[in-house]
Design a protein around this ligand. Structure first.
Ligand SMILES: *[C@@H]1O[C@H](CO)[C@@H](O)[C@H](O)[C@H]1NC(C)=O
Ligand SMILES: *[C@@H]1O[C@H](CO)[C@@H](O)[C@H](O)[C@H]1NC(C)=O
Ligand SMILES: *[C@@H]1O[C@H](CO)[C@@H](O)[C@H](O)[C@H]1NC(C)=O
Length: 412
């Protein structure tokens, strides 16, 4: 299962002598990504919000309730549609659930505040040739009392360094509101507090600046246009390379130049990343790609002189977290939907591809190994991948796309 690249990284890390270092030099060089540029790479979004529920009141998306009196993950509060395949996870990072596997044993979930979970996830990225991760940092949890998220960021930093990957902090604006908080101030103070993390050699740079992404300007409507301008301006002045994760039809908003529109904010970004999760399905993706992605986005970006990132996602289902949602809303079609998007993105040669998401089992967009249909618990409806698929199929596809995009950039 493990491609030799991963084994070489591990053997290097475990052998201390100079001779071993020299002998491994070539493979090590190949296995450490260049952190000075995003160009020609594929990064995944990493939610890292799957902590053991009911324990520390931390952000947990295994469940939609943080106050279950029975301290079990019972059906009506389950927050995920897919079940992780926990092969390779250390036992100390797992816990039993009330979901029964076909062999009668309880299904186990992992807790993200266990360092070895984050370590394993980054080893998977290295293993399959994925460049690294954009670690989500949720506005509403920036000042979390027990520091849980900062621990996870530190684990990610350590793992990215260990496995030769890159990482970036991505603020998710959910929870921010111009009326009740100074968002700029919060970001600047947070970045100051996180300087030991962003100074890591594994932290990604672009055009000489450390990279930061802000997701949700124009999507999280509680943050105004004026505030958006203040936030992006301040972060740029502080030396950051700023990527904005924006609504899929951002260029229409820009072109219309309507009062109250976010056009003036988009123009300030260094890079635009339209959020396309849920914007098309397998039937109308080609149309979307040929029209909106290839023509409208490209024209708008060229006009503004901005760099670009394209989002890809394997499918989606979030019916357990949101009972009004259709189960298997965006079917994966056994990987063909994902492959179409990866090929489409490579053909447009963006600066980098963003894989949404590495681990998001709550919205059914996870690409890490999850259970197949026949392996699923029998006492709750979950979505599996096809029985004849390998559990790592989506990691392989993402890694293959990373190599192809890198080759396209090297061809210049
Ligand atoms: C999980 O993944 C492993 C490794 O690919 C595989 O051998 C196993 O069959 C999968 N399913 C379960 C239920 O562990
Ligand atoms: C918000 O904080 C920034 C940075 O500290 C400051 O420059 C700005 O004036 C503040 N905005 C308001 C409305 O207080
Ligand atoms: C492929 O995927 C679709 C939808 O995700 C599913 O309905 C179908 O049964 C799968 N299997 C094959 C062999 O097509």
């Amino acid at each position: 299962m493990l491609p030799s690249r991963w084994i070489k990284v591990v053997s290097f890390l475990r052998v201390g002598s100079c001779i071993a270092v020299l002998a491994q030099e070539d493979s090590l060089q190949a296995s450490i990504i260049d952190r000075s540029t995003l160009d020609g790479k594929l990064f995944v979004g990493y939610q890292a919000w799957f902590r053991k529920p009911f324990e520390d009141n931390g952000n947990s998306h295994w469940t939609t309730s943080l106050s279950d009196p029975g301290l079990t993950l019972i059906h009506y509060v389950v927050g995920v549609d897919m079940v992780p395949n926990i092969t390779g996870y250390p036992e100390e990072c797992l816990f039993d659930t009330s979901f029964t596997l076909p062999d009668g044993k309880p299904a186990q979930f992992y807790t993200n505040d266990c360092e070895w979970v984050v370590d394993l996830h980054f080893s998977m990225m290295a293993n399959y040739g994925i460049s690294g991760a954009f670690i989500q940092r949720f506005y509403g949890y920036i000042n979390e009392a027990n520091g849980g998220w900062v621990n996870i960021l530190n684990y990610a930093k350590t793992a990215a360094e260990k496995y030769g990957r890159g990482f970036v902090i991505e603020y998710d604006l959910n929870g921010a509101a111009t009326g009740s908080t100074n968002v700029t101030d919060t970001f600047l103070a947070d970045l100051e507090a996180l300087s030991s993390i962003t100074s890591s050699p594994a932290y990604m740079h672009q055009n000489g600046k450390p990279v930061l992404e802000i997701w949700g300007l124009g999507i999280v409507t509680e943050v105004t246009v004026d505030d958006g301008i203040a936030i992006v301006t301040a972060l740029k002045n502080a030396g950051w390379y700023v990527i904005l994760g924006v609504q899929q039809a951002w260029h229409a908003e820009l072109a219309a130049d309507q009062p109250g529109g976010f056009g003036p904010v988009y123009k300030l970004a260094h890079m635009i990343q339209p959020w396309t999760v849920g914007s098309y399905d397998v039937n109308n993706y080609d149309e979307f790609h040929d029209g909106r992605q290839a023509i409208e986005d490209r024209n708008a970006l060229q006009q503004l002189g901005l760099e670009s990132s394209i989002v890809v996602w394997p499918g989606g289902s979030s019916s357990n977290a949101n009972p009004s949602e259709v189960f298997d809303h965006f079917p994966r079609w056994n990987g063909t939907f994902y492959q179409k998007q990866l090929d489409g993105a490579i053909s447009l040669k963006p600066n980098f591809i963003f894989g949404a998401m590495f681990d998001e089992v709550n919205e059914g967009t996870a690409i890490f190994p999850v259970l197949r249909n026949r392996e699923l618990p029998t006492n709750q409806r979950f979505l599996g991948i096809d029985d004849d698929m390998e559990p790592d199929i989506y990691l392989k596809k993402a890694g293959d796309a990373a190599s192809k995009l890198a080759a396209a950039w090297q061809g210049d």
